[in-house]
Design a protein around this ligand. Sequence first.
Ligand code: COA
Ligand code: AMP
Length: 635
Amino acid sequence: MSSRYHQVYESWQRDPKGFWAEPARDIDWFKPWDKVFDPDSGVYGRWFTGAECNSCHNAIDRHVASGRAGQIALIYDSPTTGRQQKFTYAELLAEVTALAAVLQDQGVQKGDRVIIYMPMVPEAAFAMLACARLGAIHSVVFGGFAPKELATRIDDATPKLIISASCGVEPNRVIAYKPLLDGAIELARHKPERCIILQREEQRCELIPDRDLDYAEAVAATKASGREVACVPVLATDPLYILYTSGTTGQPKGVVRDNGGHMVMLKWSMENEFGVKPGEVFWAASDVGWVVGHSYIVYAPLFHGCTTILFEGKPVGTPDAGTFWRVISEHGVVALFTAPTAFRAIRKEDPGGTFIPRHDLTKFRTLFLAGERADPDTIKWAEQHLDRPVIDHWWQTETGAPISQNPMGLGQLPVKYGSPGVAMPGYDVQVLDDAGHPVPAGTLGNVVIKLPLPPGCLPTLWNADDRFRRAYLDEFPGYYKTADAGFLDADGYLFIMARTDDIINVAGHRLSTGGMEEVLASHPDVAECAVVGIHDELKGQVPCGFVVLSSAATRDTTTIEQEIVQLVRERIGAVAALKLVVTIKRLPKTRSGKILRSTMQKIADKEEWIIPATIDDPVILEEIKAALAARGIGI
Ligand code: COA
Ligand code: AMP
């Protein structure tokens, strides 16, 4: 089949407003929009202004009303606990309504913020949808973040209430969440009025009287009362959620997602980009704490009337490298979306793909990869063993849906290895030099998107319009800066090569090295430090910390290095995966004092490096090389 991509993209270019008005008809609105796009509203314009709607209604109620009540909406598959649960759309409605009633009883209203700090359990999705039902704004915080990170988010979002659980279950250990939650509330300036705690059998916790409610008891009570909680109409431009993502400092950015544009974009993407039909089973193997989890575990599959899978496990070790194939065959998954790192992990354990033929994958059509650069080797390995299309696509927390892809629903285009495809409708992707001039095809530069951003992208940062302008819009006037470097080839295929800021991508998780440096610098024995992302076979990148100790430090360096590793786990969380700290005598700097982080990374990764002309003292680079070599790195 030839692809309709070019024709569809051109139709968007000719008439962007008319283009998005069309899929907007697939959404239930309580009141139609005044304007499809209002350029005078918000920082760069707003989509579907004046319209009223509700995201929970479009995710659940409309499907129950239109014949999907008995269809499975959500499958919870948890190899880490050995549990499985299935919820029809009608059962999902009952769970979400009951929790919404609990929230309402606690005074949660439209516009209030609710933080959700939960492991991968169905109640995490219920909590998101219950907030959406009430017009409250949820902010999910990934369970792998430490109390300090949670506290920063509590202070920024100032939630009325927090929903959490007694513990998370990782393959090798049970992680008590309650002490992390209590620690965060202790640290935060803002104190939420209530916490609703899901007691998990693996490890129950003490509830604090007058503050904590037992999730199961509270929900059972509202279920018994049979109370109905209607979906609260909100403006299309009202926030649905805030999702914090790493910025260039330790202070995370609160990405705001609105209701209307988000629904339109996600529903459109399911059919046209992912090639999935209502009623089919879609699986995003990610975590609800990340944007992939928000968009493609919870919202998009439900907006589209699909069955979604919430998987509490890992690609390997729960129990083996065949888990993904077991889930696909058992639940009839048509499309899997995960990060390349998951496939690197599977390939490492099962290089011959021997687990694959043990499962019936007849319904499975496509593997989608995103979150980090998909290396051609991994793609080819997956293609060879699965004998199905493997599609790399590129996006960010900020956009909430793919910017570039090979659009399966519109018809697959030829694959170019190393490229996450072509710009999707809504996105005019360009590559500019540092002075803001377009560069010729094939030339590396700053990847930018011409404003306005399409429906579903962030309209701003939470309570921080100025920071939004400074971080994304000021450097290249008229464009959104993605902070990715890359190039477009002559056929319009995009190649994403690196970040232009201090963000690194560890196992598909976006982390700020600047944030880690703040933690290293806070150690009393550290005089100076730098953190760089170095290559890792499995995780793509891992952080490597370089420290210069203060002259007053007298203890042995190994002890100090171990303390620093521990400090990062305590302050940021295990997810930061900082396991390597190297003590050096001096940091390499330019004469103006800028630390030469990229040269240090090149030395560690055995890439070609030249001595920068502006370096203060070139001998320092030899010292770094020797310090890394002593750890077996860069040799
Ligand atoms: N709660 C608490 N701790 C968590 C956690 C959570 N929700 N998620 C991860 N952690 C911890 C892990 O236990 C690990 O701790 P450790 O250092 O004590 O072992 C640490 O954070 C790092 O976790 P992770 O990055 O997941 O590494 P891993 O070695 O456990 O697994 C992969 C590596 C590749 C298997 C895993 O990262 C993976 O499945 N990635 C797939 C895709 C994905 O989720 N991408 C995200 C966006 S699409
Ligand atoms: P996040 O906001 O966590 O989704 O991370 C977004 C960043 O991850 C992007 O800015 C890229 O740097 C990187 N990224 C995501 N998907 C891809 C991809 N398919 N190819 C290359 N880099 C990617």
